[in-house]
Ligand binder design. Structure first.
Ligand code: E4P
Length: 244
């Protein structure tokens, strides 16, 4: 029987809406938070630092990831040190390449060597996982975010790739793998099954945790009732056409 209390994978909440973050901060199942510039834009954030400090006042003691937003590595480095200074629980998200496709490994190595807890993001291949893992300092905690959901969006099963990523990361015991961009609740159990350290999911998916193990006959009946109620509420009717 599936049981949320038996999960070893840590659940993070991915989002940039302060009310949603507040709601998940009160949920004891949630161990950390991730954000990204796209989610921040959707949430209407226009003052990056103000937003980040608001999040950190809601979440003072669990990991929170904020991403750099420059495209050249020296400016990313400056932003990374600034973002890291906002709290001891901050992970600085560094994209695996810049928009020219140049590898961010050297920057990741410098930051990790300096004690910055990076979250290397937008990773989709095992080659990227291996090359980033090589650059991580053994003594500094780090996160490696593989976008399993985006991999699945291309028709590929992400599970074998994620399992291999777990194996590659063993050479840096302070590094953790995030299953990023999950598409459905089942992904939490898939991540757990391969020993992935963390999965970060939007509140929409996390709210489905209440469904884990639900009786399927009861769920089927609720679904039939939902269709019936909505058909009634919409006032649907079909008259029989008179025979020609
Ligand atoms: C993780 O840190 C990312 O913010 C997130 O999982 C991206 O998800 P998406 O692929 O649905 O945009």
């Amino acid at each position: 029987m599936m049981d949320v209390s038996r999960l070893t994978v840590k659940l993070f909440a991915d989002g940039a809406d302060l009310d949603g973050i507040r709601e998940m901060a009160a949920n004891p199942l949630i161990s950390g938070f991730t954000t990204n510039p796209t989610l921040m834009r959707k949430a209407g954030v226009n003052d990056y630092r103000r937003f980040a400090l608001d999040v950190l006042s809601i979440v003072p003691d669990k990991p929170v990831s904020f991403e750099v937003f420059a495209d050249d590595f020296s400016e990313m480095e400056r932003q990374a040190f600034e973002i890291a200074s906002w709290g001891r629980n901050v992970n600085v998200k560094i994209p695996v390449t810049n928009t020219r496709g140049e590898f961010a490994g050297p920057l990741v190595g410098r930051l990790s060597d300096a004690g910055v807890q990076v979250n290397v993001t937008a990773i989709m291949t095992l080659d990227q996982v291996a090359r980033i893992t090589d650059r991580l300092a053994s003594a500094t905690p780090a996160i490696v975010s593989v976008f399993a959901g985006r991999i699945a969006d291309t028709g590929r099963d992400p599970v074998p790739l994620m399992a291999e990523a777990v194996r590659i990361l063993r050479s840096k015991p302070r590094a953790e793998l995030i299953w990023a961009s999950p598409r459905e609740l089942l992904n939490i159990f898939q991540a757990d099954g391969i020993g992935c350290h963390i999965i970060t999911a939007t509140n929409d998916i996390l709210k489905k945790l209440a469904l884990v193990g639900k009786d399927l006959d009861a769920y089927s009946l609720e679904t039939v009732e939902m269709f019936y109620k909505d058909a009634n509420a919409a006032g649907f009717g079909i008259t029989t056409r008179a025979a020609a």
